[in-house]
Design a protein around this ligand. Structure first.
Ligand code: TYM
Length: 377
């Protein structure tokens, strides 16, 4: 029997069965046609689409269609600033940058410093403020066009977000919040309200357009995120209809697994995730300790081969670090045949991650100059 798994915006547990999750959440798989359309608009392929790392969606065709008809559209994504940035967070960032190029549109990036303060006992408001700025730099380092990028720090941008959040909150009952998020009587009241703040940016592009021109048409929004964030946006989509805004569309990723196997990487367990601040030595050490699909001894692995399907080193290469499809297939096949050993595979991944991080961190340094300009308030 398959093991139980659980996916909520605050917890990912067990081995996620993504087909089952699509059915549970009521989303749809991304079709080959939708992926092709996006790649055509981008003028280049995306390994995230080709390999079905971004695999699920809501209302994606409507969003693509709106763009094709020449309507102004926008992207919206975010981060809960509870610590440094790990590679799992970067996946949606880099894919969002690809989408910004494909759709030539503005991107809104929300930092939910309120959320992390409310949900994490160990974080102060000073902590979440500090992480917000750090996380924003990692976002900008993915290469967004600063002129079309708007960073929203919830407690700073409250004057803009709060009226919209109120419109949402008035239309979401406590019973819905309990059913969607599993809250109970011990949940603090800020956490119960919070989802309204995460909904607000989905309507913000329309509101801002109408501040300039009362008759501006609504701005359809696409939200790239891993699928754990979907419950918030189910609520947003329901409320959108009541408020007469377009329902935001969604495009969902699978989770880059923890290096030690299985679940979504944890921002609180350092050794299972690679952070952008890790030194090359730390990266080598973490990859060295990763869970693999290898056998107990070299002889055995040569004889029986490894299993790339359960190997986190292979997963990191497939999800992110081996962009070349042919090279990836060759590597995984060689691993399966026992020709490629764990040590070699780990060394290869370590080099890939370290050169990626070097470039990412150089772009991050440059982003310090543009951050101020991108802050919404
Ligand atoms: P947070 O900080 O948990 O995560 C930020 C983004 O990273 C995704 N993510 C991952 N993707 C792939 N593999 C992983 N291992 C992994 N871990 C995290 C998350 O799904 C998310 O897309 N409440 C949100 C912040 C937020 C937001 C949004 C996110 C506000 N508005 C709109 C997405 C879209 C949060 O705490 O994300």
């Amino acid at each position: 029997m398959a093991k139980e798994f659980r996916v909520t915006p605050w917890e990912v547990r067990g081995n996620v069965d993504y087909d089952k999750l699509v059915r549970q959440f009521g989303t749809q798989h991304i079709t080959a046609e939708q992926a092709r359309e996006i790649e055509e608009l981008a003028g280049q392929r995306s390994r995230f689409l080709d390999r079905k790392i971004f695999f699920s969606q809501r209302g994606l065709s409507e969003f693509i269609e709106a763009h094709r008809k020449g309507k102004r559209v926008a992207l919206y994504t975010g981060r809960g600033p509870s610590g440094g940035t790990h590679l799992g967070h970067l996946m949606p960032y880099y894919f969002t940058k690809y989408l910004q190029d494909a759709f030539g549109c503005d991107v809104y990036y929300q930092l939910t410093d309120d959320e992390k303060y409310l949900f994490k006992d160990n974080l102060s408001r000073e902590d979440t403020a500090k992480y917000s700025l750090e996380n924003a730099l990692d976002f900008l380092a993915a290469g967004f066009d600063p002129a079309r990028t708007h960073v929203i720090i919830n407690t700073k941008a409250a004057n803009v977000l709060y009226p919209l959040a109120l419109d949402v909150a008035k239309r979401v009952t406590y019973s819905t919040a309990k059913a969607v998020f599993g809250f109970d009587d011990s949940t603090n009241i800020g956490s119960i309200f919070f989802t309204a703040m995460q909904s607000a940016p989905a309507f913000l592009p329309t509101v801002l357009a109408r501040e300039k021109n009362k008759k501006a048409p609504p701005v359809p929004v696409l939200i790239p995120c891993a699928i754990d964030q979907d419950p918030h946006f189910r609520v947003t989509r329901d409320v959108a209809e009541k408020l007469d805004y377009p329902k935001p569309s969604l495009i969902h990723a699978k989770f880059l697994p923890a290096l030690k196997g299985g679940e979504k990487m944890s921002a609180s367990d350092d050794s299972t995730s690679i952070y952008v601040t890790d030194t090359p030595k730390q990266v080598a050490k973490k990859v060295g300790g990763a869970f693999t699909g290898g056998q107990a001894t070299v002889e055995e692995q040569r004889a029986k081969g490894g299993n790339p399907d359960v190997c986190s080193v292979c997963a990191y290469l497939s999800y992110f670090f081996e962009p070349d499809n042919e090279k990836l297939t060759e590597r995984l096949d060689a691993y399966r045949r026992g020709e490629l050993l764990d040590g070699e595979n780990k060394a290869y991944l370590t080099d890939k991650i370290n050169s990626f991080l070097k470039e990412h961190n150089e772009r991050k340094e440059k982003a310090r100059k543009t951050l101020e300009k991108t802050l919404l308030c």
